[in-house]
Design a binder for this molecule. Structure first.
Ligand SMILES: Nc1ncnc2c1ncn2[C@@H]1O[C@H](COP(=O)(O)OP(=O)(O)OP(=O)(O)O)[C@@H](O)[C@H]1O
Ligand SMILES: [Mg+2]
Length: 205
């Protein structure tokens, strides 16, 4: 047997160049991005403290997650406010549509914090639906007048067939705006403002 007969059939094909490989990598990355955008929540894996915080929601009406900077407090709160629960979810599950609030000190901080996490980059409307609320269930939104790119609230499809609503609020709007109606969920960024929302929360069932 000659040496040419032992060669693999495609060994004559040129090997890919670096630019071919880079092009393929870019294509794969954009396909990965396309397939995963809008489903961020389902890849959330809380670590032990976050899990404990979620689990406490099944039995407590109010919870406080007090922890160091940049350890995932806002993310954990936002995942609860996204209204969807993966099979492993250890906390409170709402089997009916609910009304909720999420907020922090100012409209701008609420927009750049919890709105960005739940909906997507505030300045890029084309990417609303890439946050924690699954894109397929983000049905509608309303802008907040007077604050660029800030949302007043979103409407989210609930598994029961109804619709849940989440309003974005800020403490600078004052106590009365938070107490306007009874809510099932309130996600607030600071514990010294718990009293503001306490009286508008419905009892846990
Ligand atoms: N369980 C997790 N899995 C992966 N990433 C996480 C997890 N928890 C937090 N992170 C990441 O850690 C970073 C900080 O999260 P986050 O903004 O929620 O922290 P924070 O405690 O609210 O911060 P701050 O003190 O600035 O308010 C984010 O990039 C977030 O995506
Ligand atoms: Mg935070």
């Amino acid at each position: 047997m000659s040496s040419s007969e032992t060669e693999l059939p495609n060994s004559t094909q040129p090997s890919p160049t670096n630019s071919d490989l880079l092009r393929e990598l870019a294509t794969l990355k954009s396909e990965l991005h396309r397939r995963t955008r809008g489903t961020k929540l389902f890849r959330y894996q809380p670590y032990a403290k976050q899990r404990e915080f979620h689990a406490a929601g099944a039995v407590h009406r109010e919870r406080l997650l007090m922890a160091a900077n940049q350890v995932g407090k806002t993310l954990a709160g936002a995942c609860e406010s996204a209204f969807h629960y993966p099979p492993w979810w250890p906390g409170k599950r709402w089997d009916r549509p609910v009304k909720g609030w999420a907020g922090s000190e100012s409209s701008e901080l609420t927009r750049d914090g919890v709105q960005r996490m739940l909906v997507g980059p505030p300045k890029i409307e084309a990417q609303w639906g890439t946050g924690l609320i699954p894109a397929a269930d983000l049905m509608d939104w309303a802008r907040r007048p007077g604050v660029p790119d800030a949302l007043d609230g979103v409407v989210v499809k609930h598994v029961s067939g109804g619709t849940s609503t989440l309003g974005f609020k800020s403490y600078d709007q004052g106590r009365t705006r938070w107490q306007a109606t009874t809510r099932s969920i309130a996600n607030v960024g600071r514990f010294d403002t718990l009293a503001v929302t306490r009286s508008s929360l419905e009892p846990i069932k």
